[in-house]
Design a protein around this ligand. Sequence first.
Ligand code: ATP
Length: 604
Amino acid sequence: MTADAAVLTADDSAPAAVDGSGGSGDDRRVGLAALLPYLRAHRGTLAVVGALSLAGAAASLAQPLLTRSVLDGLSASRGVAGLVATLVALVLAGAALGGVRDYLLQRTAEGVVLGTRRRLAGHLLRLPIAEYDRRRTGDLLSRVGSDTTLLRAVVTSGLFEVVTGAVMVLGAAGAMVLLDPVLFGVTLLGVAGGIAIAVAFARRVRGLARAAQERIGEMTSAVERAISAARTIRAARAERREADSIGVSATQAYAAGLRVARVQAFVGPASSVTIQGAFLLVLGVGGARVAAGAITVGDLVAFIMFLFFLVLPLGQAVHAYTQLQTGLGALQRIEEVLAVPAEGAADRPAGTPVRALPGGAPASVEFDRVGFGYPGGPPVLREVSFTVPAGTRTALVGPSGAGKSTLLALVERFYEVTEGALRLDGVDVRDLPRDALRARIGYVEQSAPVLAGTLRENLLISAPDVTEARLRAVLGEVNLGHLAERAPDGLDVQVGEGGVLLSGGERQRLAIARALLAEPPVLLLDEPTSNLDARNEAALRRAIDAVAARRTLLIVAHRLSTVVDADQIVVLDGGRVAATGTHDELTGTSPLYRELATHQLLVS
Ligand code: ATP
């Protein structure tokens, strides 16, 4: 093994420490051992690659010895045709083995990238919702895209150049010792200097490379922010400012890349200068030893060929080491996300038994002195108590920021209640596997309830097996039948990024249709705050009526007109229940409700 590789193993073999703290931009360092799980699936191919490398190394190492025999044979006027033919065959075989090895290696590297992307994407989709709140989307995107790409170099030029280089170096060094130990001692002096320089500087590369990847993450976030709000930015004539801010991130990424390049630029030439020095030294000392009769010309030529085999892999190993450090920097960012515990479909507090949920009939939802605050934030809900009886409609109203959407998020268990209890049909939601809980609940969020893709894809998210006829029937129920009819593609018409090709009202009704298709006993509906025109509002009301008929409905209402006939209205104010009752009761008893109603011209 090379000195380089020895240093790597000694320093970096500690398993990646996973603190399970939820991970952030911490400085947990990952070592070579962290790569092993990524390589495990490819160990068969890697074994073949290893065998090919050994065979290739043997073919190469035999060449100087054959050359020496050819030269010695020529000086002794012996026939060398057979030796020359063997030499040519060895060169060709070595090249062919190298080609196959490189292809297999590239294939493995692509496989590692593919496996990592799949694992990372799967994990990203299962992160706790609070993680999305605190992380930037662009940064997560760049971990899946750009960081995983760097792993490819770790496998190809990194890991394998170090390992196969080590074989060549060991073989060449052994042969050189046998040929002339004195000359080998001279060689070592020069080569050791090169290695020392390379190792000292290449170790800096990992930290710098990670910083560079982080700047790329920031730049991707800036691009994502600008493109996702393209209309707002265009309307605010803020294109130049946003482009400048992306430019700042891009410049920082450039500067970070340059810092890596500077170290690499120093390491390469510095080590090659020392290695060239070693060559000159060997030529000088070797020439003197030939003149003195200590070795033959054939010995010296073979020694110099071995010196090539020694320094070429060493040069590659220096490059590979920096590649490895770059890749480990990226791996650190990947591992950091993977270390965040996934939400887990079935997680419950340890020791609690799985509670079965009663069948598919409408279920009741009960808030019992519920308190909640977002991680690190002040309390948002306090002592919230009310029950939505099974099969009835309850509306949540109140000023902006009162905590209405948060209540719905708690029912879905996007976050856990911090005080009190939330029960579905009498069962504490924390005692239910999340999957089972969510299978009983339909949820229509307030903003961006439509995904890029086709109408059909949007509908099938929650119920992949429903029939075409049912899809059309539900679309009709929410007054969207025209969407599929007016487009030549029918249900396969594109809805655009975030449903931008639909109107605001159509987006919301499409989201309701999607929730309806899963036929959930409980439906949580966060009404859009944007103003809908009278026709759209009437269509939304009809859709809600259709929904409410067969299930328990908890609806956050911004338009009182959509809730006047609710069985119960809960008025939230500052995270507390200010009043509960029907529309008629509340107009008499709740000043806040009366004020809301007055604003919307429902009462005078
Ligand atoms: P609106 O009618 O404007 O939609 P709301 O009554 O639905 O408001 P919530 O969205 O539940 O109010 O927000 C309640 C409080 O919690 C607000 O002060 C808000 O700033 C805060 N909040 C909401 N979401 C988060 C979050 N993901 N992380 C931290 N704080 C949040």
